[in-house]
Design a protein around this ligand. Structure first.
Ligand code: PMP
Length: 356
């Protein structure tokens, strides 16, 4: 068994792969593959409806919100979120810059209007979540990135905001409970906790849309997609289907609260070893540590890196190399990664120390 610590695309439940493989050959005895049937067929419309309903159920989405499965990745979400919320005249978007992904969101928003950066952790290579800044009311929206996949930081609570709150939750959606009613828009690429790459989920408050006074291209207009039940054009059928299967798995396992419990246990196990083991140290402020993407380094790389890398590879661990902007290691521990895989990694770290 491979212990897959890849940052995304990433580990998904084994039973999702099995069901998906079967449905590629023959979907539910129809004699058709899930990827060759019309997206307007009754069978696929049911998949889309079920996937949208599961998002609502798992995240406890209140009435008055619409769930969409769109294309373009969360990277298009940076622009889509801005264009649907920033006023055409005198538009201002406020951003908390917690590193690469929020920086990219800021870059896209600047194409549309003014951007106010409320706070940034750039001064310390984004190793913490800024706090204590004032949240303005005279802006069109406030944009956050709930979990920074690269630097391994995560908001443990969200700021109160009178302006609409928009959040890129790509790397921690479904990993813990969240109060959706606080947000006017949540968006997330599928390829971490939700399913295969290829679709991006949008959870949008209906009454917040249509207020910018802009002409929005149809494919970026959340109101257009909403009016067509997420079927304005051909949806990414396999990614939506894979997401539906993954959400069914989450539901069967006990839902988001159970995922949260497991994720806390896994994070606790790994972070205590990072803190205990004299050879390693974490790269982020302890209070802002991500439960999804713990990042850490060897204190003396020259002395230990070659052996450690060989040892974890021998233990069938995959994808532990840190992102180039942080270096060291990143252990992405999404929902489908079992605690057994974390035990294997911790054992390798202990063994390195014992034999150093
Ligand atoms: N936001 C976050 C927090 C991410 O982790 C990623 C991708 N890892 C993105 C946005 C970009 O997503 P995509 O590759 O789907 O465009």
């Amino acid at each position: 068994m491979v212990h897959n610590y890849s940052a995304g695309p990433c580990v998904l439940p084994q039973e999702v792969f099995e069901k998906a493989a079967e449905s590629i050959r023959d979907y539910n005895g129809t004699g058709l593959s899930i990827i060759e049937m019309s997206h307007r067929s009754k069978d696929f419309v049911e998949v889309m409806d079920r996937a949208r309903a599961l998002v609502k159920e798992l995240l406890n989405v209140p009435d008055g919100y619409t769930v969409l499965f769109l294309q373009g990745g969360a990277s298009l979400g940076f622009y889509t979120s801005a264009i649907n919320f920033m006023k055409n005249e005198g538009g201002v978007g406020a951003y908390v810059d917690t590193g690469s992904w929020s920086s990219k969101a800021i870059k896209e928003a600047k194409l549309l209007g003014d951007v106010r950066v409320l706070a940034s952790s750039q001064d310390q290579n984004f190793n913490y979540i800024p706090k204590g800044y004032e949240v303005p009311t005279d802006v069109d929206y406030v944009h956050l990135t709930s979990n920074n996949t690269i630097f391994g930081t995560q908001f443990k609570s969200f700021p109160e905001s009178k302006a609409p709150l928009l959040c890129d939750m790509s790397s921690d959606i479904f990993s813990k409970s969240v109060d959706v009613s606080k947000f006017d828009l949540i968006y997330a690429g599928a390829q971490k906790n939700m399913g295969p790459a290829g679709t991006t989920v949008y959870i949008v408050k209906d009454e917040a849309l249509g207020k910018t006074g802009r002409a929005i291209p149809s494919m970026l207009d959340l109101q257009v997609h909403s009016s067509k039940d997420s079927m304005f054009n051909t949806p990414p059928v396999f990614a939506v289907y894979g997401s539906m299967l993954t959400m069914e798995w989450m539901k069967k396992e006990g839902g988001v609260s159970e995922m949260e419990k497991r994720n806390e246990m896994k994070a606790q196990l790994l972070y205590s070893e990072i803190d205990r083991n004299a050879l390693f140290e974490g790269t982020t402020k302890a209070e802002d540590r991500s439960n999804m993407n713990p990042t850490f380094v060897l204190k003396d790389e020259e002395a230990h890196a070659a052996r450690f890398d060989q040892m974890w590879k021998n233990a069938n661990i995959n994808g532990l190399k840190g992102h180039r902007s942080v270096g060291g290691y990143r252990a992405s521990m999404y929902n489908a990664l079992g605690i057994g895989s974390v035990r294997v990694l911790v054992e390798v770290m202990k063994e390195l120390e014992r034999t150093a």
